[in-house]
Design a protein around this ligand. Structure first.
Ligand SMILES: Cc1ncc(COP(=O)(O)O)c(C=O)c1O
Length: 439
């Protein structure tokens, strides 16, 4: 009997990983087309990052962030600021995405208080969003299945419609979607009452729920303008999309979005350390500082080893030119998926930016009707893919919060064209198997 409170029933035992490949204790090799959970950007088994981590841990593994700063963290933040879309970025490192979101929400509140706007207690978020599993992060997440058991504990969040081209609710779609969503947001802010909303949080490109669903180009400029007009802080959740995943350093860069607060994690460390980041603009930082500081703290925030890993990963992304590589490989990935799966009756949509792609599975291509959740279609595809030596990420609920199956791909950015082809072929085999009735 295992003493581990496992997340899965009898999972294989992983023993090593290198590049895009993970090997288990039975010697089986899996092509990791998801980088775990869209985490591993620079690839598995990078010896440079491993060596940096060992050196930092050996020299200075830990000091408390309230007592010391370190050369490593100062250097990391300075280097990071060069690529962040946040004006005058100030970096608050934490241990993961949910912690980064918690920090961002508290920071937004602290900023509004410091501005003398104590009535701004509300947050607007989007339906079908995912911002994490801790209580504050879950409260702003539009994922009914995850919220369900904990609903009585979740603070009130105002929800506006999700943004997804394939199922866009805007009446004039595909024209005027940005303006329509901006109107929805403005309506929600006005309905909440004057000066009641502290922040709007959203994923610049939808990830864990909607599966690589990008907005139309007129979305972010229109939405950011509404927020500015109403004194609402923009929190860009780039936990999944940051660090080159979508072919730009941050997905906000696709639209020149300059958020007040940005959160990142996953690709920040590529999985070599549990690292999350909450980044404040200089305006937010200075406002909070001047008013007495940020009432917040975590034992493992500002961790020297995390900073060393983050810095080494940043250097690898730069040295190997992986952000440009993600952009360059986007057409390869989408073409491979379309050629292997585009005509399959179960495949409704294939979409993506950079090396973040979604393959949405539907019961009816004409009407875009999703499969009933009870058919466990996505779970069966994940299992079949694994049998074919392919690891994929997935989401359920992209259509209405409950139904809607989407395969999410986010391989390490170092993936080769041959490995992209192989991933698409294996995924097609898995989908065909499920279509034929495999469990
Ligand atoms: C956009 C987004 N925000 C927050 C989180 C939560 O991050 P973590 O799982 O590291 O707590 C995730 C995780 O998938 C995410 O995709």
């Amino acid at each position: 009997m295992s003493r581990v409170f496992r997340r899965a029933v009898d999972p294989p035992v992983a023993v090593r990983a290198e590049g895009v490949w993970v090997e288990d204790s039975a010697g089986r090799r899996y092509l990791d087309a998801a980088g775990g959970a869209i985490v591993v950007g620079i690839g598995h088994g990078d010896p440079v990052v491993a060596a940096v981590l060992a050196e930092q841990a050996g020299r200075l593994a830990y000091v408390h962030g309230s007592a010391f700063t370190t050369e490593t963290i100062e250097a990391y933040a300075a280097e990071l600021a060069e690529v962040l879309p946040v004006p005058g970025a100030r970096v608050f490192p934490v241990s993961g995405g949910s912690e980064a979101v918690e920090t961002a929400l508290k920071l937004a509140r602290a900023c509004q208080l410091a501005r003398g706007e104590a009535e701004r207690t509300l947050v607007v978020a989007r339906n079908l969003s995912y911002h994490g599993n801790t209580r504050g992060a879950l409260a702003v997440s539009g994922r009914p299945r995850l919220r369900g058991p904990y609903e009585p504990w979740l603070t009130h969040t105002i929800q506006v419609p999700a943004v997804q081209e394939y199922r866009c609710p805007a009446p004039g779609h595909p024209r005027g979607c940005g303006a329509w969503h901006a109107e929805q947001l403005e309506g929600a802010i006005e309905q909440a009452g004057p000066r009641r909303v502290a922040a709007f949080i959203a994923e610049p490109i939808g990830g864990a729920t909607t599966g690589a669903a990008a907005p139309t180009d007129d979305y972010w400029p229109a939405v950011a303008q509404v927020c500015r007009r109403h004194g609402v802080l923009v929190i860009a959740d780039e936990v999944m999309t940051g660090f080159g995943r979508t072919g730009r350093w941050f997905a906000a860069d696709h639209w020149g979005l300059a958020p007040d607060i940005l959160v990142a994690a996953k690709g920040a460390s590529s999985g070599y350390w549990p690292l999350g980041l909450c980044v404040a603009s200089s305006e937010v930082h200075d406002t909070v500082r001047t008013a007495g500081g940020f009432v917040h703290g975590l034992t493992f925030s500002h961790h020297p080893a995390g900073a060393a890993v983050g810095r080494a990963v940043l250097a690898r992304l730069r040295d190997l030119d992986l952000v440009a590589a993600a952009a360059a490989k986007e057409p390869l990935l989408l073409a491979a998926l379309r050629s292997a799966l585009g005509d399959h009756p179960m495949v409704g949509d294939i979409r993506g930016r950079g090396l973040l792609a979604g393959v949405e599975l539907v019961a009816d291509r004409e009407t875009r009707r999703p499969f009933p959740p009870g058919e466990r279609v996505i779970e069966r595809v994940v299992a079949a893919a694994r049998r074919h030596g392919l690891l994929i990420y997935w989401s359920k609920g992209c259509a209405d919060g409950v139904a809607g199956d989407v395969v999410v791909l986010g391989p390490p950015l170092i993936i080769t064209p041959e490995e992209i082809e192989l991933a698409a072929t294996r995924l097609a085999a898995a989908v065909a198997e499920v279509a034929a009735g495999a469990d």
